[in-house]
Design a protein around this ligand. Sequence first.
Ligand SMILES: NC(=O)c1ccc[n+]([C@@H]2O[C@H](COP(=O)([O-])OP(=O)(O)OC[C@H]3O[C@@H](n4cnc5c(N)ncnc54)[C@H](OP(=O)(O)O)[C@@H]3O)[C@@H](O)[C@H]2O)c1
Length: 346
Amino acid sequence: MRVAVWGTGNMGRAGIRAVVAHPQLDLVGVVGRSRAGEDAGVLADLEPLGITVSPDLPEGLDALAYMASGDIRPDDAAADIAGCLRAGAVVVTPSIYALYDPSSAPASLRRPLEDACTEGGSALFVSGIDPGWGNDILPVLLTGIASAVTQVRCQELFDYSTYDQPDAVRNSVGMGGPMDSTPIMVAPGIPTMIWGGQLRLMARALGIELDEIREQVERRALDEDVTNVMGLFEKGTQGGLRFEIQGIVGGRAKLVVEHVTRISPEVAPDWPSPPDGGAGAHRIVLEGRPRIEVTIEATDEGGNRAAGGNATAAARLVNAIPWLRDAKPGLYDALDVPLMPAVGKL
Ligand SMILES: NC(=O)c1ccc[n+]([C@@H]2O[C@H](COP(=O)([O-])OP(=O)(O)OC[C@H]3O[C@@H](n4cnc5c(N)ncnc54)[C@H](OP(=O)(O)O)[C@@H]3O)[C@@H](O)[C@H]2O)c1
């Protein structure tokens, strides 16, 4: 299949590697402005591929991995994606949070994309890691090896000192910001907007109906100044953020998505940390009998945990492309799209 990757950032690099590694996919183009003119292989930490990053989308695509940022431009991202769907290409992307669970997405966002799929005979899958496999298909699959389950908890545990994305870390997550104002990431309603669809996906798979979704936020100030790749984070500003999005049934939190985020490993030692002491992990905890705990610690790009996580997100999407090509036109969610074994890759 002729596949292009749109985007040259964290997810774009991981997407290039995932397409190149897939025996059924042929990378024919990489779209981007800031890295235009560079070799896509070198950009993605591979051997040169002879494919030059270009602002122009190649024609005649079978599939597109849309890895351009959609956080602050969801409408523009949706328009880019719709254009490709109309042209007949399968599209996979992590970039539009409201579409991780298409059935609960606003009709104004969903319908034009459904129409584009119908027109082009194509399919769209929006997913990632967290939101993504860390709180949809993986925990749901794990319940199949449990007997009694009283709670499903999905954790992302990350030390952001190695995550060189100052805009996200400072402005969105609020690290280094004042303790008396709420960071955008946990402003009331935002966690539910991003992860509520994941709770609804899990609830559907597990046959329960959520009475409500609740948010819980806890923050810690830095006891001393901390300096890392993003500069100085001053004593007294936010150094730790822990929040939960809870799916409530009968007054109890049955499904929980929890994020524990620090700007330095010393912050909040009483909060959960990755078991191996590394900079980041995703963990599923099934309370019940037996109690089951599964931790995933992925690394890439020189031992980096954020890059490892992004690489799994990109692989989940890219590996779905052949399945989507054979699916009926339309929008698919993480419960529809099977987790693909690495056939032909070893
Ligand atoms: N759910 C998950 O697990 C997960 C994980 C990671 C990321 N994500 C999502 O994936 C997306 C990409 O994240 P990232 O970490 O790869 O971001 P990034 O490293 O900041 O890269 C952003 C990319 O978006 C492109 N871009 C920015 N503004 C654009 C615009 N106006 N028009 C077209 N392209 C534009 C940039 O293109 P140029 O090359 O032209 O500069 C760049 O290639 C985000 O929406 C993020 O939320 C989701």
